[in-house]
Structures are given as structure tokens and as C-alpha cells.
Design a protein around this ligand. Structure first.
Ligand code: SAM
Length: 297
């Protein structure tokens, strides 16, 4: 889809693009092909695209012949996409808010790859939702704000290292990123953009049953960056529960969250699960999966 085709659809339909929906459409063929190449698509893959917009990426994805599910929130774009992709039966087009759709029920994303130029306002929560799924996608290739990409690849003890790094880093590792220049979009966004490839870890660091506890621990510990993590965790767990768990995980009692790497949080999760008497490797227990519930054990 060239820039002039894009402009034609916008003009003919009288579309006023919506900034809050992150409607900066990617028209540069080289960047679009680079994004698709980063997905390393194979015959068994199913593709999830969030925010197809006018469909410049969708058309390359549909051309692979693989099943594509595209989720678009803006009702005005649905008939345009319907017209552009009429008869392309491998495309399932959903008119939904993707974040609400993802949160509705945990899906099995095992055979899926996310390939998307994400709406920047909800890019991070969408990535986290998929990244923490009990069976997450094999790969996520996402165009995001450059600053968000920096947070995804940040090392401990740096400004960019934080909650997003450790939530996504539990099940994913970066396989590289590249900048996408502003003038590749219409209209050009105010912020810099980059495309990152996140690959699912070959072996999970935690069983699915412990992912909600991991998430609860890191959300609590990163609540206030400058405070000692032990003090923050005491808002949820007792000293009797925490002390042995921190010792077992070799985390100093005075440590702050930004100094602990993903493996450290994983050790703490396993150790705290032990002190709470929770199963370390058991099947997913639904009662266990309830987030933000006071911890009762
Ligand atoms: N993929 C297209 C491209 O590369 O040109 C459009 C990308 S544009 C950055 C983001 C798209 O996401 C827009 O079409 C916007 O309407 C859509 N969008 C915004 N918020 C959304 C949400 N919560 N769920 C699904 N789509 C959303």
C-alpha cells in the first residue's frame, strides 16, 4: 500500500485520523517487509495483528497464506478493511478493543506470532497481556515507541529497567530491534519508533501456576522505585514469609527492585511460594491466578 493509496482511502472516506488511537499508518514498503521478515513465519504459524488500520501490514501477512486474525477498534476502518480484503478467507477481522478482547479469557497462544504496528497508547499493556499468558505466543514482532523498546531491553540498574522489563522478560528475550524513521508513517508521529522482535524463551523460567505470584511480587516491588523492595513487599506479605524467601533467593534485605534481574525475581517467586506453602509445579489453580487480591495463605 503506497502513501498515495493510503491518502486516497482517507480522502474518499473523509476520515479524520484519531491521535488517541495512535493512527500513524506505516506506508514504507521496506520497513513493512522488514517487520514481516522479523516474524520468521513458517507453515505452522498463526498470525495475530493488533490494529490493522488501513491494512498495509495486513496485506503482506495475508499474502503469506497463513491464517491471520486482525483486531481493530475503530469502527470506521472495518468496512474499508472488509472491502480491501474481500474474498481473502485466511483473514479473520474482529472489530474489538484488543486489550479488552485479550483480557476476556486467557487464550492458548502457543502456535501464534504477534506481528503488529501497535497503537502506542496501549502498546505496553497489550504486550504484557500476551507475554504473561500461560501459553504465550512464540514470537512478538511489535513496532512501538522507541522509548518503550529501550525499556524492554534494559539491564538492571539503568533508568529504563523496570516493571515492563521484568513482566515481559519472564517469558521473552529480545532478538533485536531496528528504528523506523518518522517519515515512514502517515502522519509522521511526534515520537521516535522502533520495531522489536521478542522470542519466547525455549524453556519457561516458571510453571504457569506461579506466573500470577511473580506478577504480584514485581508489581508490588516496583511500586516505588527508590524504596527498598522488602519494605514494599511487606505491604502484602509478612516478615515471617518474606525473610526466608529473600534469603533463599539471595536478595539482600536492603535491595531495591531496579537492582534485581529476572532470574532473581524468579528465585524469589519460587522461594515465596515455598514459604506460603503453594505448589511450585502444580497445575494452574484458578484461585491462585487472581491478581491483586490480598494474599491469604
Ligand atoms: N497497522 C497499521 C499500519 O501499520 O499502518 C495501523 C497501525 S496504527 C499505529 C494503530 C492502529 O491500532 C490504528 O488502526 C488504531 O485504530 C488501532 N487501535 C488503537 N487502539 C486499539 C485497540 N485498543 N484495539 C485494537 N486496535 C486499536
Amino acid at each position: 500500500m503506497t502513501l498515495s493509496e493510503m491518502r486516497r482511502w482517507i480522502d474518499v472516506r473523509g476520515l479524520q485520523l484519531t491521535k488517541s488511537l495512535g493512527q500513524n499508518f506505516l506506508h514504507d514498503g521496506n520497513q513493512l517487509r522488514r517487520i514481516v521478515a522479523a516474524a520468521d513465519l513458517g507453515a505452522r504459524d498463526r498470525i495475530l495483528e493488533i490494529g490493522p488500520g488501513l491494512g498495509p501490514l495486513t496485506e503482506l501477512l495475508v499474502d503469506t497464506g497463513l491464517p491471520v486474525t486482525a483486531v481493530e477498534k475503530d469502527a470506521r476502518l472495518i468496512p474499508i478493511l472488509g472491502e480491501r480484503f474481500a474474498g481473502r478467507e485466511s483473514l479473520a477481522l474482529l472489530h474489538r478493543d484488543a486489550l479488552e478482547w485479550l483480557q476476556e479469557k486467557p487464550s492458548d497462544w502457543d502456535d501464534w506470532k504477534l506481528v503488529a504496528n501497535l497503537p502506542y497508547s496501549v502498546g505496553s499493556p497489550i504486550l504484557v497481556e500476551l507475554a504473561l499468558a500461560p501459553r504465550p505466543p512464540r514470537r512478538m514482532v511489535a513496532t512501538l515507541q522507541w522509548e518503550v523498546v529501550q525499556r524492554l531491553v534494559a539491564a538492571p540498574d539503568t533508568d529504563a529497567y523496570g516493571l515492563l522489563t521484568v513482566l515481559v522478560g519472564l517469558q521473552f528475550q529480545s532478538a533485536g530491534s531496528f528504528k523506523v524513521p518518522k517519515d515512514c508513517f502517515f502522519p509522521a508521529p511526534d515520537v521516535e519508533s522502533a520495531c522489536i522482535t521478542l522470542v519466547r524463551r525455549p524453556e519457561p523460567l516458571l510453571p504457569p501456576a506461579l506466573i500470577p505470584l511473580y506478577s504480584q511480587i514485581v508489581k508490588t516491588a516496583f511500586g516505588q522505585r527508590r524504596k527498598m523492595l522488602r519494605k514494599l513487599l511487606r505491604n502484602r506479605w509478612t516478615e515471617d514469609q518474606l525473610s526466608p524467601a529473600l534469603a533463599a533467593a539471595l536478595i539482600p534485605e536492603t535491595a531495591r527492585a531496579e537492582t534485581v534481574d529476572v532470574e532473581g525475581w524468579v528465585h524469589l517467586t519460587r522461594a515465596l511460594a515455598d514459604t506460603l506453602g503453594r505448589p511450585r509445579n502444580g497445575p494452574t489453580d484458578p484461585a491462585f491466578g487472581v491478581e491483586d487480591r490480598p494474599n491469604e495463605s
